[in-house]
Design a binder for this molecule. Sequence first.
Ligand code: SF4
Length: 288
Amino acid sequence: MVKYNEETNELDWFSGESSYISSPLPFFVWHITDRCPWRCPYCFARKSGKDFPAKYIEKIVRLSKKMGVLKVDLSGGEPLLNYDLFDIVNGLESQGIKTTLTTTGYSTLDKLKRLSEIKSKFARIIISLDSSNEKQQDALRGDGYWKTIRTLLDVLGGTSSYNLRVNTVVSNRFIESNQWRSLLKMIEGIAPKEWCLLQPLYFRRVCSMKGYQVADDKFDRFVKQVSGCRGKVKIISRPRLVYGPYWVLDQDLFFRQKTVENSYESGFSIFSSPAVGRAVVLNSSHRF
Ligand code: SF4
């Protein structure tokens, strides 16, 4: 039994209360596009250059409802590059499904303004920052990344009117550079709802990850150290073993779950019946 928790934006499990429902797939990540201009070294997007086919969006929204989905993370690629983003958001909202948006803000000013108009619809808008220094940030993800994020934040306006999360990929280089205090100070100035420390995930072997991978115990120690500083921002973390096996819907119309150790993917097509999908998810190794 499961329920969406508004405050944490997470799923609460198991209770006898009537507000909890039975759902084999309460949450998935929807890669609505593979297009992205950045070159983050730990990226595991397929970068096929394709958007999720527009003609299947309605089907996914209906299927999500049938499968008991409570929350969808819209991701990519850069989701703002998908022409149908606003239809997707409205469709999921019409079914009572919560959405989050992970974005770098790479878009036209008009689209950013449109996003700002509906920002309160999202359970979270999630951005990524890895440095308080523009040059270092751009060296990591691509020239212009810093300015793109700053423009997004300017257009979205004060964080009291929407729920912002800042993600930071805690790579080995990031830990060794010992720059987390200056980044924390900057993030406190942005005042998001939370700062999420993310362990890099080595997947699909699109990059070597040399210098970026972090051992599980080293990541845990770092999270403890940062969490102990009692700053003004709520700190949360996502170890790879937690978010690695999330169910993902890709542009080729397959729901997939990956195992973090060997990159093996399993899943089902959206053309399977909801019953088949439920059976596959229930037989999978991971329970969110
Ligand atoms: S912004 Fe995301 S999709 Fe784009 S390169 Fe970076 S990690 Fe990959």
